[in-house]
Write a protein that binds this ligand. Structure first.
Ligand code: 8X3
Length: 239
């Protein structure tokens, strides 16, 4: 479970623990994952998915066999139109959302294979299905997440590994929008303004736990989740 220190990652770690999994909580913030691991009787591994060395340490900690990999670490940085976008922010988004997934998947595939019944769940987004103004760097990265997931399913067919993508729409978490807007709380809050019930991290965790607990021959290719108030990316009911 990468990105386990907050939001969807932490909620999914809890949901999988409730299903009986021994969860390895991986993230950069050691104090947070230590507390989470203690709470769910899991293991904390400090890991930055943008570092090959750090990911190698995660693979060592995971060991020879792994049933479920959730590639959750990711995020959006910036909201500028293409004309003004910062290439460095785009590089960082590709690094964490796509290359991070690549590094972790490469490192853990042998253990998933060795388990005889592996599952990879990649956290995509509705941003991997559409375009929206100000979102090009993030949508490009999340389209990458989707395509890598599809490619992996083609390349690993015949092996005992299922591959799924979860694509959430509007999910209110403590950090996603705050990070995107560089810590500007007012801008982050405006994303959810008037929306009675955005999805919460537990809704996504619930879906991932459901995917993980289907019988081994059932591959949920992709699941798009949006709150009832969000009919489409730009079509959000606000009261
Ligand atoms: C988050 C969904 O709408 O901010 O992945 O792109 S959105």
């Amino acid at each position: 479970m990468t990105g386990a220190s907050s939001g969807i990652g932490a909620a999914t770690a809890r949901a999988l623990a409730r299903e009986g999994y021994a969860v390895v909580c991986a993230a950069r913030r050691a104090d947070r994952i230590a507390a989470l691991a203690a709470e769910i009787d899991g293991t904390a591994v400090t890991c930055d998915v943008t570092s090959a060395e750090s990911v190698a340490g995660l693979a060592t900690a995971v060991g020879d066999s792994l049933h479920v990999l959730v590639n959750n670490a990711g995020g959006a940085f910036g909201f500028e139109p293409v004309e003004e976008a910062d290439p460095e922010q785009w590089r960082q988004m590709y690094d964490v959302n796509v290359l991070g997934l690549l590094r972790v998947t490469q490192a853990l595939l042998p253990a998933l294979r060795a388990s005889g019944d592996g599952l990879i769940v990649n956290l995509g987004s509705t941003a991997g299905r559409i375009a929206y103004e100000g979102g090009a760097g993030y949508t490009a990265a999340k389209h990458g997440t989707q395509v890598v997931t599809e490619t992996l399913r083609l390349e690993l067919v015949g092996e005992p590994i299922r591959i799924s993508e979860i694509a959430p729409g509007m999910v209110r978490t403590d950090e996603f929008s705050l990070i995107r807007f560089g810590g500007d709380q007012a801008k982050a809050d405006a994303v959810y303004a008037g929306v009675a019930e955005p999805l919460v991290a537990e809704d996504i965790a619930d879906a991932i736990a459901w995917i993980a607990t289907r019988p081994s021959h059932v591959n949920i290719d992709e699941m798009v989740l949006k709150p009832r108030a969000q009919a489409a990316q730009h079509k959000v009911h606000r009261e």
